[in-house]
Write a protein that binds this ligand. Structure first.
Ligand code: UD1
Ligand code: CA
Length: 452
């Protein structure tokens, strides 16, 4: 049977106390709904519907990466009402999986289990929680068969003791939704149309509801900022665990943030408070120092990133040394054994093999050959106020400290720029350029004296 997925994301999320709709609050750097969409897309549904209402346009914009059929729920009258809004666009032969936009950590594996281990039957995903408060509870008959869900707000004290909860995720046929959803009423404590009520209707008509039990970390529903922080922590540890399983050493798995897709070789070591975002590749034996942020970059084997460094949009080859306190910006390419030291900023710059800029420099729009030395305080003046220009530096060149290289300018291989120079003209190979005023020493000079 073909699968369609409906994601519910119309609520405002009052308990977040926020102007931002709840499903746009970030988890691991991406909106909650983004995680649900990514998981849903991995199941290759025939159609993916998302029910939006509160701040619908903002939600749509944030989900532009996905191909979605948007359904508008004008008033948020409950999860049952939300699904009803999408129903006319669901093919009557489909099986329908319902996901909640505020339950972001459910894994593809768990959903596959729910889809495949239940045949074509109706099923709900449940979990056993130590603290089930706030969730709907699963009621079973004396034989242990699923009977119905009771919402936290409607439950009796003894029902509140039940630790098996409704995750919100369920799978039923479109035919069943068509038949039962219109019969659900809002006759309950919250005056809402509850989606889980269709399950008890099915049971009343002698349909069996299967249950699949999920891991507690996966099913966290996010209704307030405390639950969001808990989900963030659970996700952090899961992602850390996955990296460690690939052979990465994390000095403290609770203090590494993975906000994207990370691929690691063997024996990579990551120190505390490191943030990895976007697509990051760390090859074998890369070492990332404390408090560093790496995004959308590839770091070659054996490279060491010393503490407090920022690397964004760069390709770093093997055995390089970066930082501490380096800022490597987009378009930087370092060939192997290159060194970028403290307080050096690079942007759209290539540094050839074994070249060095060890301290205090700005290298923007520069092409630097191999084995060259860029002295402390060197600035490539790449911007004339209107346009950007390139500085070229050949192999084995030496740029003395505190030099200002006014681009466009070309310093050829083996050229030597004396310290403190302002270079506005090209320097040919093996030439020495002195771009500073000659020193004048005044003999017999007297210090100014304070007046008596
Ligand atoms: C819901 C379930 C509860 C379950 C819990 C799991 C119901 C009635 N209750 O409770 O059994 O344990 O999730 O996390 O289903 N939404 C809409 N339109 C609406 C109402 C809600 O799109 O009219 C969306 C919300 O944006 C949210 C999701 O549905 O993404 C769940 O709604 P929420 O109000 O958070 O339900 P819970 O009280 O958490
Ligand atoms: Ca919720």
């Amino acid at each position: 049977m073909q699968l369609e997925i409906i994601i519910l994301a119309a609520g405002r999320g009052v308990r977040m106390q926020s102007d931002l709709p709840k499903v746009l609050h970030p988890l691991a750097g991406k909106p909650l709904i983004w995680h649900v969409l990514k998981t849903a897309a991995a199941l290759n549904p025939f159609k993916l519907h998302v029910v939006v209402g509160h701040s619908a346009e903002k939600v749509k914009t944030a989900c532009a990466d996905f191909s979605v059929n948007w359904v508008f729920q004008k008033e948020q009258l409950g999860t049952g009402h939300a699904v009803l809004q999408a129903l006319s666009e669901v093919s009557p032969e489909s099986r329908v999986l319902v996901l909640y936009g505020d339950v972001p950590l459910i894994s593809v594996g768990t959903l596959r289990q729910l889809i495949h281990e239940t045949g074509a039957g109706s099923a709900v995903l449940t979990a056993d929680l130590d603290d089930p408060s706030g969730y709907g509870r699963v009621l079973r008959d004396s034989a242990g068969r699923f009977e119905r869900i009771v919402e936290d707000k409607d439950a009796t004290p003894s029902e509140l003791e039940i630790r098996e909860i409704n995750t919100g995720v369920l799978i039923v046929s479109a035919a069943q939704l068509n038949a039962y959803l219109p019969t659900v009423t809002s006759d309950n404590g919250q005056g809402e149309y509850y989606l889980p009520d269709i399950l008890s209707r099915l049971v009343e008509d002698n349909e069996q509801i299967l249950t699949i039990n999920a891991l507690s970390d996966e099913v966290l529903g996010i209704n307030d900022r405390f639950q969001l922080a808990r989900a963030e922590a659970a996700n952090r540890v899961n992602r850390a665990r996955a990296l460690m399983d690939q052979g990465v050493t994390l000095i403290d798995p609770t203090r590494v943030e993975i906000r994207g897709e990370v691929e690691c070789g063997s024996d990579v070591v990551i120190d505390i408070n490191v943030i990895l975002s976007g697509k990051v590749v760390l090859e074998n034996q890369v070492n990332v120092g404390a408090n560093s942020c790496i995004s959308n970059s590839t770091i070659g084997a054996g490279t060491v990133i010393h503490p407090m460094s920022i690397v964004d949009g760069a390709t770093i080859e093997s055995s390089c040394s970066i930082g501490p306190f380096a800022r490597i910006r987009a378009g930087t390419r370092l060939s192997s054994e290159a060194k970028i030291g403290n307080f050096v900023e690079t942007k759209n710059t290539t540094l050839g093999e074994a070249s060095k800029a060890s301290h205090l420099a700005y290298l923007g729009d520069a092409k630097i050959g191999s084995s060259s030395n860029i002295g402390a305080g060197t600035i490539t003046c790449n911007y004339d106020g209107v346009e950007k220009h390139t500085t070229e530096i050949g192999d084995n060149a030496f740029v003395g400290s505190n030099s200002t290289l006014v681009a466009p300018v070309n310093i050829s291989a083996e050229a030597f720029v004396s310290a403190g120079s302002t270079i506005t003209k090209d320097v040919a190979s093996k030439e020495l350029a002195v771009g500073r005023s000659p020193q004048r020493n005044v003999t017999g000079w007297k210090r100014p004296q304070a007046k008596k």
